[in-house]
Design a protein around this ligand. Structure first.
Ligand SMILES: Cc1cc2nc3c(=O)[nH]c(=O)nc-3n(C[C@H](O)[C@H](O)[C@H](O)COP(=O)(O)OP(=O)(O)OC[C@H]3O[C@@H](n4cnc5c(N)ncnc54)[C@H](O)[C@@H]3O)c2cc1C
Length: 382
């Protein structure tokens, strides 16, 4: 393909979802990826479809996205392990239970199905949890998938729809029209690609792409470490996703380094132990102190985990936007769109992001209003 209609920069979940919905509208699409497809955050994560991250707009996006995943599960050729698992949150101390109760009140107003659990009720569902908890909550609408398989399934589908995937091709610049109002071409390490539309889906690197056209995108990397265990029976934890209620607190910016127990079991049986948040630039090295803290916190709630073998650990870079809202947006430059800043919910929000970007480009009615998600909210801080 010489002159695609759209160049998608970044072959993570967000870029691949954008490419899929665009290609379905019969646009000629090229994905340009500096590494291989799904080689950054989208392969370094857990697969929780997290439907209870406030504010309300995030919940609307997450719910719409989950519905789209259900459609994709029928449309795509690869089984990407989509499951309705629900999730549970553990309150460690009495004050955590109070905070959780307040959060649930807000979540219910935002339309989230959720239920408080006493310690006794929690232990009845999860016999391996320590007796030393104050209670918790359950979120039956949450789900899970395999992010790597999902991204690969999307890539295979976009190829079938005629899209061009350029691996190991780094975008180094963007050529604008003489009056700098529109897109002319994308410059890469493997030559120039003429196009009218560019989607910046470069995850933690999307600020660098923004600078190529003079648009402020204050997305920065927020590192997360994960540990994977051997495969275990599915009765070590009964609900496949269990998170300490302190997780919500760990999302806050002022926490330079934050760790909260987050135990998830994949369909294959391995446990993924997380989660952590650190601002460490683009450094993807595993932080041994953080790994140790994650393990301690997970064992604190599930002592049985101490007997398991771990296979490996790794770190990935979440694309963090300063107000913890994604950017799903057109821009002052005609043809330049931004799909980034999803932090810890990029897997959750992939399909709705791809669909909204497609609707913006093709000028169709939007499934959800995106004004709050515009990149222009950062313009005055440029
Ligand atoms: C430990 C951890 C756990 C997580 N758990 C969950 C979870 O359970 N649920 C959930 O919803 N989310 C989770 N997330 C968040 C999720 O992984 C991210 O929000 C999501 O993967 C971001 O997708 P992306 O496509 O924007 O970024 P990425 O997957 O990072 O993709 C961006 C791509 O752009 C490419 N790129 C960058 N610059 C250029 C350039 N100049 N030229 C060409 N290509 C370029 C990169 O190589 C990269 O492949 C987790 C993240 C981490 C780190």
């Amino acid at each position: 393909m010489t002159n695609p209609d759209v160049v998608v920069i970044g072959g993570g979940i967000i870029g691949c979802c954008c490419a899929y919905y665009l290609a379905k509208q019969r646009l000629k699409v090229a994905i340009v990826e500096k590494g291989s497809i799904c080689s950054e955050a989208s392969k370094s994560c857990q697969g929780h479809l997290f439907l209870w991250e406030l504010p309300a707009i995030n919940i609307k996006l997450a719910k719409a996205s989950k519905k789209l995943y259900e459609q994709l599960y029928n449309e795509l050729d690869i089984d990407f392990e989509l499951r309705n698992t629900g999730s549970m949150s553990i309150a460690e101390k009495p004050q955590d239970l109070e905070t959780l109760q307040q959060t649930l009140n807000e979540l219910r107003q935002a339309g989230v199905e959720c239920q408080m659990l006493s310690a006794k009720e929690f232990i009845k569902t999860e016999p391996n949890v320590t007796r030393d908890i104050s209670g918790g909550a359950s979120f039956p609408e949450d789900g899970q998938l395999n992010p790597l398989l999902t991204t690969i399934a999307l890539t295979q589908a976009v190829k079938k729809l005629g899209a061009d995937i350029r691996h190991f091709t780094e975008v180094t610049g963007i050529e604008l029209s003489a009056d700098k109002s529109s897109i002319v071409a994308v410059e890469t390490t493997k030559g120039k690609i003429g196009t009218k539309y560019v989607i910046n889906a470069a995850g933690a690197w999307s600020g660098q792409i923004g600078r190529m056209v003079g648009i402020n995108i204050p997305v920065v990397p927020r590192r997360g470490n994960l540990i994977v265990t051997e495969q275990v029976p599915d009765n070590i934890i009964n609900c496949q996703i269990i998170i300490a209620s302190g997780y919500l607190d760990s999302l806050k910016r002022e926490n330079k380094t934050a760790v909260a127990a987050n135990v998830q079991q994949t369909r294959e049986g391995n446990l993924l132990l997380g989660s952590s948040r650190e601002f460490a630039g683009f450094d993807k090295n595993v932080n041994p102190e953080v790994i140790s803290l994650i393990v301690k916190r997970c064992i604190r709630f599930f002592p049985v985990l101490a007997d398991l073998h771990t296979i490996r650990s790794w770190a990935g870079l979440r694309p963090y936007s300063p107000d913890m809202l994604p950017i799903i947006s057109s821009s002052p430059i005609e043809g330049f769109y931004v799909a980034s800043g999803h932090e810890g919910v990029g897997i959750t929000m992939g399909p709705i992001t791809g669909k909204l970007i497609t609707q913006l480009i093709t000028k169709q009615q939007l499934d959800l209003p995106v004004d709050q998600l515009s990149v222009e909210r950062f313009a005055e801080k440029q």
